[in-house]
Design a protein around this ligand. Structure first.
Ligand code: F6R
Ligand code: MG
Ligand code: MG
Length: 365
């Protein structure tokens, strides 16, 4: 029997400011999902957080985009928002952009990554979650994991991976998609995914078995709301081991922190720092952006785990590097390349300020 793994997330209120989730909110989410498990809708679940984002990790037999599962997530976020409002948490309900649920949480604010598959004899899963950054943040890591032999030696020396992977890329501004095969088409692929604010890797597939290997949330809040409402803070599910890259190959890209957009007011480039769940508390200039990774083995659709993968000491040096990169960027204050280029600032609060000054411009001759 196939199983569906759904990760649905939302920022329903921050504690303190946008730096962390309040434990009472997580307790409420746990209550909601315990009930759904008792009712038989969920096979299993795990509630966690990344910074100010509440993460619902669920296994079930309802398939992708199930109205029942999406409604469960929406109702859970609504109940958690009530707790957030009682505690007067900051930005309570900030990602719930619609007044009422209408069939699917996509387009309503929450981020969604879901995959349906047959559980293998041993099914290793890594779930990445980020805070203070946007949906394209997984582009480079996914490229390295599934297409770069300098990262994933299995692409070269493991017979069951040698045929490569295909990448489904979404153009989030024009609302269209295209698929590229790696390694044959990596130059074409990079033309697009090298611009992560517009082209986002949605899914990766094994080229021989056609099995789903990875899926990410591609919801861009600013494009949904047509105004600045906080960052997307995306999630990504990756299957690992056997015909997929090993756990160490899946985690390796994060040892070299890269600059991603987000950080303070969603308007700055900053290093993506790999941290443990406990350390996903972006406080310095509301950042720097964080990524956490939790690992599970699945057993009969049950989540065995989690293991907090970036708690490992071998990521200490990456964190130090990320802090150094943060210092260098902060030196620029309100100047580019710390501040996002003007085109991207259109999706922040900047246009309001620009409008106010519009009348003061005098034409040069
Ligand atoms: C970035 C983020 C924060 C806020 C900032 C202002 O994703 O959430 O940096 O943009 O703290 O927040 P408000 O406008 O809620 O006071
Ligand atoms: Mg927030
Ligand atoms: Mg957040």
């Amino acid at each position: 029997m196939s199983i569906t793994l759904s990760v649905i997330k939302a920022d329903v209120g921050g504690y303190v400011g946008h730096s962390e989730s309040h434990p009472d909110v997580l307790v409420k989410a746990d209550e909601c999902l315990t009930k759904a498990k008792g009712d038989g809708l969920l096979v299993d679940y795990h509630v966690t957080k990344c910074g100010d984002d509440l993460q619902l990790i669920m296994t079930h037999h309802e398939g992708e985009e199930s109205e029942k599962i999406h409604k469960l997530a929406w109702d859970t976020f609504v109940d958690c928002t009530k707790v957030a409002k009682t505690l007067k948490l900051h930005g309570a309900g900030q990602d719930l952009l619609a007044d009422a649920f209408s069939g699917n949480v996509k387009g309503m604010g929450p981020g969604v990554a879901e995959m349906e598959f047959e559980e293998r004899a041993a099914e290793t899963i890594i779930i990445f979650m980020a805070d203070k950054t946007s949906a394209g943040a997984w582009n480079m890591p996914l490229y390295k994991i599934f297409a770069d032999p300098f990262n994933t030696i299995g692409l070269v020396i493991a017979e069951n991976m040698h045929a490569g992977f295909s990448f489904e890329v979404h153009d989030v501004k024009e609302h269209r998609k295209i698929t590229f095969n790696a390694p044959d088409e990596i130059y074409d692929l990079l033309v697009f995914i090298g611009a992560p604010s517009r082209f986002v890797v949605k899914a990766v597939y094994h080229r021989e078995t056609k099995e789903i290997a990875a899926v990410s949330s591609t919801q861009r809040l600013a494009l949904i709301a047509e105004r600045y409402v906080g960052k997307d803070d995306p999630v990504c599910i990756v299957r690992s081991q056997g015909e997929f890259p090993a756990v160490g190959e899946v985690l390796e890209p994060f040892t070299a922190p890269i600059f991603v957009e987000g950080w303070m007011r969603g308007s700055h480039y900053g290093p993506l720092m790999p941290v443990s769940i406990a350390d996903s508390t972006p406080t310095r200039f509301d950042g720097p952006p964080r990524v956490v990774a939790i690992g599970f083995q699945l057993s009969g659709s049950k989540l065995v785990g989690p293991r907090d993968m970036f708690a490992d000491k071998s990521f200490d040096h990456s964190r130090e590097q990320a802090n150094e990169m943060a210092d260098i960027m902060r030196r620029h204050g309100p100047f580019e390349p710390h501040r996002l280029p003007l085109e991207e600032m259109e999706y922040t609060t900047m246009p309001q300020v620009m409008r106010k000054l519009e009348g003061r411009f005098i034409d040069l001759d």
